[in-house]
Design a protein around this ligand. Structure first.
Ligand SMILES: [Zn+2]
Length: 116
């Protein structure tokens, strides 16, 4: 899969909880679009074009929410690193030792521990 697609998937996965909450306030057509994006993403299919439909540049509301959500930065060495359980995207999350396992929002599964 193209790097841009993987990056889009990582961002989508990371921000999905906030995005779902935001999209729930939008009309049915928008909610269906997000559902379609999610199912395509889970199937490993490209979603960037659909994401562009979901966030047209002239509709600042949704876009602003999506962009404003914090993404997870690189972890510190004392933290454990986790990756996408379905290997769909390059998203990485960290957790404190003995902390709760991070979850992949796209698949609803716990993320897998990465070596090193
Ligand atoms: Zn994921």
């Amino acid at each position: 899969m193209h790097d841009d697609e993987r990056a889009a998937l990582a961002r989508l996965c990371d921000q999905l909880p906030g995005l779902r909450a935001e999209i729930a306030k939008h009309p049915a057509a928008t909610r269906e679009l997000l559902a379609r994006i999610e199912s395509r993403a889970r199937a490993g299919e490209p979603v960037r074009a659909l994401l562009d439909d979901l966030f047209p540049p002239d509709q600042a509301g949704v876009t602003r929410t999506f962009e404003a959500l914090p993404s997870l930065g690189p972890g510190r060495s004392s933290e454990e690193r986790f990756g996408c359980p379905a290997r769909l995207c390059d998203r990485e999350a960290t957790t404190k030792p003995a902390g709760p396992l991070p979850r992949c929002w796209l698949t609803g599964r716990f993320m897998r521990r990465l070596a090193g």
